[in-house]
Design a protein around this ligand. Structure first.
Ligand SMILES: C[S@@+](CC[C@H](N)C(=O)[O-])C[C@H]1O[C@@H](n2cnc3c(N)ncnc32)[C@H](O)[C@@H]1O
Length: 643
């Protein structure tokens, strides 16, 4: 049974014109010795396909180069090449078409990193960033690049990952027709329904604002992390990614929390002393009147409600605030999920309406962070399921969160089975089913990284599998299960193109080293959506990213590609395997990395110069692909700035 792939129009992803431009290097070609050879973490394969000139050029640390940025690569960094050599240089905040002077700060195997010193001529598609923090905040690094240009760059990256990591050939006409264009988001600001700010002991100010006077001399701050620092917080009074009402709450808190009389101290990530860790603001809608509702969640290191009382009194006066929560997290980790949760005011969850259904959202449950784009996504998923609507089909909703995808499909299905690791999300999912009068959905808590041979025995063979994993993608055990299952239809929704491409490679082509045979002929991937920017900060991405911030700042690619969260750390309690009635669980392993040798970092490296990615890997199958790829750019959100 093969339902029609939704036609979203085919558009070829052409390289940007500047990619073909020549690039000049102001310094004479340095005769530094050629690199001694890339380390395994730097380059995925041992083959070096760089042009010979590049191999003889190697810049020195401290050297100044004149460069032109060609395109945006992983983490939203500008990818530049040194003229006549093809030598690759990465530069943070360099934008396509920009000509600039950069100083080499680091040499790394096949490429170097530079710091931008001076822009000689601006990038193309330049716009004036509307946010005053755009150049300093770790969040919106490319707000000065037009949204259209961001979308193009994003599309190009996804395309490269799918071809280089996923090993789908552009020469395959079938593949070419299934790569669908990005679906941009209509709203480019104020779209996030969840923001997470950090309290900091050290107020971080960009160099040109160091003289600024602070009303409070204690230097404490509340805001988003400075780029690259987990311990420095840029003080923010207003963030354009969240709603006006959420900004009102932020302002009210900012106006008083540093008052010494209140005795509130920010948590110090070095000494581990202090009280206030994070401030999470979530917004939803009252399902009766459609009015906005806000949840304010204070994450603290201990339970001291008397300390929070003055803040609670002030913010509960804001009409939109219907819930004030306190998550108590005593660990030294930087997550927002508390071991204990208290309701300080109002209700313990807020509601949101999606595709005509009402959903309860607790402080720690995953919910798509861009509600309007979630509507678009869910509609697209529904189209892709090709549901007959006669109530005869079984749907397996993997990584179901609060059950949103499965529940929006349940009306046309025989039964929906949802699996999810977070207990609170599962209770939300069950409550959501009940409140929406849906009786043909079963939600089961279980860890899909630990599926055993019994997995699959507690539900009938599904007609449609939807898999929507968090950034690390699917565990090999789950991939093996899916290959054995051979469901007629599978929809892979992803927030990380790198791990998604890797999983698709395994699913479609197999892997000799894993003793896996791909199932191209039996699995029909109709659809792969890319919504990176939708995904921020559910329970799945609360670990500070390697770039040192909470990645809660609307920077899609940057945050999501630099994070490889430890599943177990995030959930507080030890998750059980995704098998009903399982009695034994291995102790949770740290930083579960389901695919040895295919870490996210390694995958990201393949994006470097795309030509680095070797095609020389053994395959188990070579059949033509029936993969249909739908790439959606959910909002700007990613401004690379956002996924
Ligand atoms: C990207 S979210 C998708 C949620 C849901 N499909 C939606 O659209 O709202 C991924 C979900 O996978 C869950 N998750 C992460 N790791 C898991 C695991 N090992 N086993 C089961 N669920 C997991 C997270 O808690 C999160 O709810």
């Amino acid at each position: 049974m093969a339902a029609a792939v939704p036609s979203c129009g085919f558009r070829r992803l052409s390289a940007r014109p500047w990619v073909r431009r020549s690039i000049r290097c102001s310094s004479s070609s340095s005769s530094s010795p050629s690199p001694s050879g890339p380390s395994p973490s730097e380059v995925v394969e041992s083959i070096d396909p760089r042009p010979p000139a590049s191999r003889s050029f190697y810049p020195k640390k401290g050297q100044t180069l004149e460069l032109v940025c060609e395109t945006l690569a992983f983490k939203g960094k500008g990818l530049c090449k040194v003229a006549d050599t093809g030598f690759v240089v990465m530069c943070d905040r360099a934008l396509p078409g920009e000509r600039f002077l950069g100083r080499v700060t680091r040499t790394k195997g096949n490429y170097a990193q530079v710091q931008k010193l001076k822009t000689l001529s601006p990038h193309w598609d330049s716009v004036t960033p509307p946010c005053e923090h755009a150049f300093d905040c770790g969040g919106c690094k490319t707000q000065n690049l037009s949204y259209e240009a961001q979308v193009r760059a994003k599309e190009q990256q996804v395309h490269e990952l799918i071809t280089h990591v996923g090993r789908f050939s552009l020469k395959d006409p079938e593949f070419a027709t299934v790569m669908k264009p990005i679906v941009p988001c209509d709203i480019q600001f104020h779209y996030r329904n969840k923001m997470e700010f950090s309290f900091g002991t050290q107020k971080w100010l960009p160099r040109d604002r160091l003289q600024e006077q602070d009303q409070y001399a204690n230097g404490h701050s509340l805001g988003l992390h400075a780029p690259g620092f987990f311990d420095k917080v840029l003080h923010i009074e207003k963030c354009l990614l969240q709603s006006e009402a959420a900004n009102t709450v932020l302002k009210v808190i900012q106006d008083c929390w540093r008052d010494p009389q209140l005795g509130l101290s920010p948590y110090d990530v070095h000494s581990h002393a202090g009280f206030l860790k994070h401030l999470m603001l979530r917004s939803g809608r009252d399902c009766k009147n459609g009015q906005q509702e806000l949840m304010v969640n204070f994450v603290t290191s201990s339970y001291r409600p008397e300390l929070l009382k003055p803040l609670v009194e002030k913010i509960s006066d804001i009409p939109e605030v219907v819930s004030i929560m306190n998550n108590v997290n005593t660990s030294v980790g930087n997550t927002s999920v508390g071991e204990e949760e208290y309701t300080l005011y109002g209700k313990s969850s807020i509601t949101e309406i999606l595709r005509g259904l009402t959903f309860q959202i607790s402080a720690n449950s995953f919910f798509q962070t861009n509600t309007s784009q979630a509507e678009v996504l869910y509609k697209l998923i529904e189209d892709c399921t090709g549901l007959r609507g006669d109530g005869s089909e079984i749907i397996l909703d993997l990584f179901c969160g609060t059950g949103t995808i499965g529940l929006t499909l349940a009306r046309g299905a025989k039964h929906v089975y949802g699996y999810e690791v977070v207990a609170q999300a599962i209770s939300d999912a069950r409550r959501n089913a009940e409140q929406n009068g849906i009786h043909n959905a079963t939600f089961i808590q279980g860890d899909l990284n630990k599926v055993s041979d019994n997995f699959g025995k507690e539900f009938p063979r599904p007609d449609i599998v939807i898999s929507d994993p968090n950034r690390p993608g699917m565990h090999m055990k789950l991939i093996k299960f899916l290959l054995k299952l051979r469901a007629p239809r599978m929809i892979y929704v992803s927030c990380n193109p790198a791990t998604c491409a890797r999983d698709l490679d395994y699913l479609c082509h197999g892997a000799v080293e894993q003793n896996l045979e791909g199932s191209l002929l039996t699995i029909h991937f109709d659809f792969l959506c890319f919504l990176e920017h939708l995904r921020r900060h559910g329970t799945c991405d609360l670990i500070p990213s390697s770039c040192g911030r909470h990645c809660d700042c609307g920077l899609a690619l940057d945050s999501c590609w630099s994070t490889y969260p430890s599943v177990d750390k995030q959930y507080g309690s030890k998750p059980q395997p995704a098998v009903a009635h399982a009695t034994t669980t291995k102790a949770a392993t740290k930083d579960q990395q389901p695919h040895e040798g295919k870490s996210v970092d390694a995958l990201k490296q393949r994006l470097l110069p795309s030509s680095f990615a070797s095609q020389k890997r053994e395959r188990n199958t070579s059949s033509s692909s029936s993969l249909a790829v739908q790439i959606l750019s959910w909002n700007r959100s990613y401004n690379y700035q956002a996924h």
